[in-house]
Design a protein around this ligand. Structure first.
Ligand code: HEC
Ligand code: HEC
Ligand code: HEC
Ligand code: HEC
Ligand code: HEC
Length: 180
């Protein structure tokens, strides 16, 4: 009887370990394919006085999705048609060659998303940024200081993190608010 219990007990423990191991494997962030351009957030935010996140993430105040910038946003500052006689022009420098290579293409820069919740979870930037008045850093603490795009991901925001703030700020904790 005792032996059976011990064996049964060890089986439960082993099964538990296996579940934890598989869980850790599924959640382990993988290596991301590199972004087309090694964009540097910190450099831009330091060099351009008063540059707002929504200059590039144009839908963040009005839509569920924040959006990633089109090449035309970049060309506001990095003129691809700058005077060929100017050796200092961005268009003539190596570090801008990938950005400039989209100049005459119909295709836009194929940024890929790295931050995401499960597709069955509803999340709206407008609600959090415009209605609740939250700073981006409340949920994206590292991004503004990054000197290059994240290499590991996807970056997820856990249900616990959502709930912790919702409880603190008296926002809804109803399952159906987020799971629609
Ligand atoms: C509001 C103006 C502005 C916008 C918009 C802008 N940049 Fe820049 N960018 C700068 C400034 C200023 C620098 C630093 C000075 C320089 O190297 O020319 C810079 C530097 C760079 C560099 C050189 C980085 C390095 O390591 O020296 C790259 C590459 C670059 N930007 C890409 C982009 C891309 C891609 C976009 C669009 C997503 C973009 N920039 C949008 C102003 C801007
Ligand atoms: C000059 C344009 C520009 C500005 C200003 C800018 N970003 Fe970005 N952002 C980008 C580009 C390009 C990417 C995609 C490449 C990368 O990951 O760096 C990106 C990616 C991101 C991502 C990851 C998106 C994803 O795919 O999951 C977050 C989060 C983000 N930015 C937050 C911010 C915040 C917060 C600010 C303001 C403090 C900001 N950004 C300002 C251009 C910009
Ligand atoms: C309350 C938390 C929260 C705040 C505040 C927040 N974000 Fe996000 N952000 C998220 C979540 C969650 C996702 C993943 C969204 C999804 O999967 O639908 C995300 C995704 C993104 C993405 C990539 C996907 C997309 O929506 O295009 C960008 C870019 C981004 N956020 C930028 C910003 C910027 C810029 C700000 C501030 C103006 C901001 N976020 C404020 C939680 C937040
Ligand atoms: C830093 C605080 C904070 C975090 C983190 C946060 N939220 Fe919120 N959320 C709020 C606040 C505050 C409101 C109420 C805004 C208002 O007044 O409508 C809200 C409202 C919402 C609503 C609307 C609820 C309703 O009444 O219908 C949804 C849906 C939502 N959040 C989803 C999420 C999800 C999903 C996450 C995690 C990925 C998340 N939130 C993370 C602060 C946060
Ligand atoms: C404030 C938003 C929010 C609320 C409220 C919320 N959830 Fe979630 N839930 C999430 C997010 C975000 C995820 C995905 C987390 C991730 O991607 O790691 C999630 C994931 C889940 C999962 C999948 C778990 C997993 O590990 O994959 C289940 C099950 C779940 N929620 C059930 C519930 C139930 C039941 C309630 C009500 C008691 C609830 N949720 C309320 C945001 C919420």
């Amino acid at each position: 009887m005792i032996r059976t219990l011990v064996i049964a007990g060890s089986l439960v423990v082993l099964l538990g370990l296996a579940v934890v191991a598989v869980g850790a494997w599924i959640n382990a962030p993988g290596v991301l394919p590199p972004q087309p351009i090694a964009f540097n957030h910190r450099l831009h935010l330091e060099r351009v006085q008063g540059l707002q996140c929504e200059y590039c993430h144009q839908f963040v105040k009005t839509q569920p999705y924040a959006g990633l910038p089109s090449k035309h946003v970049c060309y506001d500052c990095h003129d691809p048609y700058a005077d060929d006689g100017d050796p200092e022009a961005d268009a003539r420098q190596d570090k801008f060659s990938v950005l400039m290579s989209y100049r005459d293409e119909i295709e836009d820069i194929p940024w890929h998303r790295v931050t995401g919740t499960r597709h069955d979870v509803f999340f709206s930037h407008r609600r959090h940024v415009t209605v609740a008045g939250l700073d981006c850093r409340a949920c994206h603490p590292d991004m503004p200081d990054r000197t290059e795009p994240p290499t590991r991901g996807p970056i997820t925001i856990s249900m616990d993190a959502c709930l912790e703030c919702h409880e603190k700020s008296k926002a809804s904790v109803d399952c159906v608010s987020c799971h629609r």
